[in-house]
Ligand binder design. Structure first.
Ligand code: DX5
Ligand code: ZN
Length: 228
């Protein structure tokens, strides 16, 4: 199946007390999926929300793909609760596991619970460490900021990792997250990313629909060059 361009707004910097309204607005403006940033105050120096909030949101929004970006130290612990909350894809961090846990076990458990598997890399982690795990995952997330906060500056240097993945794995879903918006999308698209997370770039835009369309068009036109 050819790769698809997908735009997943991060609701981290939206008005979280109106999560449903903000999410519905993003969906009606063309979001392909929702990127839900879960933080535990330990793996990253910030706290957001967990499975109870995701479950409430799922009760209101039935048919949109939910990805939870698990910025937590013990990703194993939340697999079942997130599956129960109606999450479609569980994206955890390579760096989050302790010595006793194995990545294949986490991937297997996520799948056994009916979710797709994403694995994320922080900026300082080299990309080749995940090579052996690529057959086990549906998506690799290349962080383009240090995880923890929205609204940070995009790290252009991360595009080398995206490009390396795209060159070696033409059919892999590659997601970028952090500082991505109209000004930085061309770098991401040219390097080969096809799942695009954008927080403040979309949330603060006066015309969300236009920004989402712009991001998607950039990725689709790069595909034409990559796969011509
Ligand atoms: C950062 C989060 C991102 C963030 C993106 O730790 O994982 O998803 O909210 O927000 P922007 O696009 O504003 O950097
Ligand atoms: Zn994220």
């Amino acid at each position: 199946m050819p790769l698809e361009a997908k735009i997943g707004p991060s609701i981290l910097n939206a008005d979280l007390c109106q999560l449903e309204v903000e999410s519905q607005k993003l969906i009606s403006n063309g979001a392909d999926y929702l990127h839900l940033d879960v933080m535990d105050g330990h793996f990253v120096p910030n706290l957001t929300f967990g499975h109870p909030v995701v479950k409430c949101l799922r009760n209101k929004i039935k048919d949109v793909f939910f990805e939870t970006h698990m910025m937590v130290s013990n990703p194993n612990q939340w697999i079942e609760p997130m599956a129960d909350a109606g999450v479609d894809q569980y994206t955890f961090h390579y760096e989050a596991l302790n010595e006793k846990e194995s990545i294949p076990d986490v991937c297997r458990k996520i799948r056994e619970n009916g979710m797709k598997v994403g694995i994320g890399l922080k900026p300082k982690t080299p990309v080749n460490v995940i090579e052996e795990f690529i057959p086990l995952v549906d998506l690799v997330l290349i962080m383009t900021v240090e995880p923890g906060f929205g609204g940070q500056a995009f790290m252009e240097g991360m595009m080398q990792k995206v490009k390396w993945l795209r060159d070696n794995y033409p059919e892999l879903n590659i997601e970028v997250d952090g500082g991505v918006g109209p000004k930085t999308i061309s770098s991401c698209a040219e390097a080969g990313a096809n799942w695009i997370v954008s927080g403040t770039g979309i949330i603060q835009a006066p015309n969300q629909k236009q920004v989402i369309r712009e991001l998607k068009t950039a990725v689709e036109s790069s595909f034409k060059k990559l796969y011509r």
